[in-house]
Design a protein around this ligand. Structure first.
Ligand code: ZN
Ligand code: ZN
Ligand code: ZN
Length: 375
């Protein structure tokens, strides 16, 4: 699922990530971090188990101790091949043994632990039973910025994922829209993202005409017609790092109102992008984009936050939303994606992934943000 990410990072990279995670957990008052299979485990160790099952796989990080990966014995050979394995001690357990007691012996049984959001309840409940004095909190809530700042190698992968999504858009704008079902265009997007190196496609929104007013519309049976605005929003993972871009196209000549609404969204996206700089708060990006739409009289039709972080997943902290005071730091990557949604009529969204640089922001999506006319 994560393709060739592992090739980009060394055991030392993973060791440094695990050390930092354990240190930040301690600073947050936690006795440690418990990481189940999923994006946090991939980012920390480069390891993706062959299948996620009822058998416990759990990375145990505690400050001042070597990281330990509790792993089913039959999967230990796979785990040993992970890029981060040299930085890990493996604690394998055979069927019939109790892995929770094994994990408990590594931990302060009265501690409070950050546990990855996607850990199965089955495992969390059994850990709680093995350590009756323990308590748990969401790893993402405790350390929201753990994966937010990308290093140079990660930025290269993010840039490549963005370029692949852009190449997909350059192709899709040349295909026929009129007379085809949304689902057919969505299948085109999926195939083209994969042909440009995506191993996983997370979403291919094709929202035509009135469907465009629903920001998360699933491509369906509607036949796209001449005169439709069509919101395209697609992305996934290429070599373990995410892409996510939106462009709104029009089938044939747009009306004056359609052009005006698109211009407002384009100006809002530009304003959001221009607000990106080190030290600005996440909410400043939202405010900048939202002000443009509100000033144009469409404030009530911009019905979602302006953006979300992206990395080894396509939606993660930090969020560009009112109330988020987190400061922007060079290396962060997130979307800037304002939209206007007119119920029963049409919608417009324009989305780029942006990374924070020393003196502002850099777009990882660079296709035209003008209203593109398609056939
Ligand atoms: Zn139209
Ligand atoms: Zn998107
Ligand atoms: Zn997005």
């Amino acid at each position: 699922m994560t393709g060739s990410t592992a090739a980009s990072f060394t055991a030392d990279d993973y060791r440094a990530r695990m050390e930092r995670a354990a240190r930040e957990a301690a600073e947050a008052g936690l006795a440690g971090l418990l990481v189940a299979p999923g994006p946090d485990l991939v980012w920390l160790t480069g390891y993706t188990p062959p299948a996620v099952t009822e058998r416990l796989t759990l990375l145990v990080l505690t400050a001042g101790h070597d990281p330990v990966l509790v792993v089913p014995a039959l999967e230990a050979p796979d785990a040993r091949r992970a890029a981060g394995a040299p930085a890990l001690t493996l604690c394998d357990w055979a069927d019939g043994k109790d892995p929770y007691t094994a994990a408990a012996t590594l931990l302060d049984a009265s501690g409070r632990f950050g546990i990855s959001d996607n850990a199965w309840a089955l495992h969390l409940l059994a850990l709680g039973k093995a350590m009756p004095g323990s308590s748990y909190t969401s790893l993402t809530e405790a350390l929201p910025m753990l994966r937010a700042v990308k290093d140079a190698a990660e930025l290269d992968l993010m840039t490549a994922a963005g370029a692949a999504a852009d190449a997909t858009f350059e192709e899709i704008r040349k295909v026929r829209f009129a007379g085809r079902r949304e689902a057919e265009v969505a299948a085109d997007l999926d195939r083209r993202l994969r042909s440009h190196g995506h191993q996983t496609v997370d979403f291919t929104i094709v929202a035509s005409g009135p469907n465009g007013a629903d920001p998360h519309h699933e491509a369906g049976d509607r036949v796209i017609e001449r005169g439709d605005m069509v919101v395209l929003d697609f992305g996934g993972l290429k070599d373990g790092y995410g892409s996510d871009t939106s462009r709104t196209v029009h089938v044939g000549e747009p009306t004056e109102e359609e052009r005006r609404v698109h211009d407002v969204v384009r100006a809002a996206q530009e304003a959001g992008f221009s607000a990106v700089r080190p030290g600005a708060a996440c909410q400043d990006v939202d405010r900048a984009a939202r002000a443009v739409i509100a000033d144009a009289g469409y404030g009530e039709y911009f019905i979602h936050r302006t953006g979300h972080g992206i990395g080894v997943t396509t939606h993660e902290p930090p969020y560009m939303i009112e109330g988020e005071e987190q400061s922007l730091v060079p290396g962060m990557c997130f979307s800037v994606e304002p939209g206007i949604y007119l119920p029963g009529r049409f919608g417009v969204r324009i989305e780029d992934i942006v990374t924070v640089t020393e003196d502002g922001g850099r777009r990882l999506n660079t296709t035209s943000r003008e209203l593109v006319i398609v056939e």
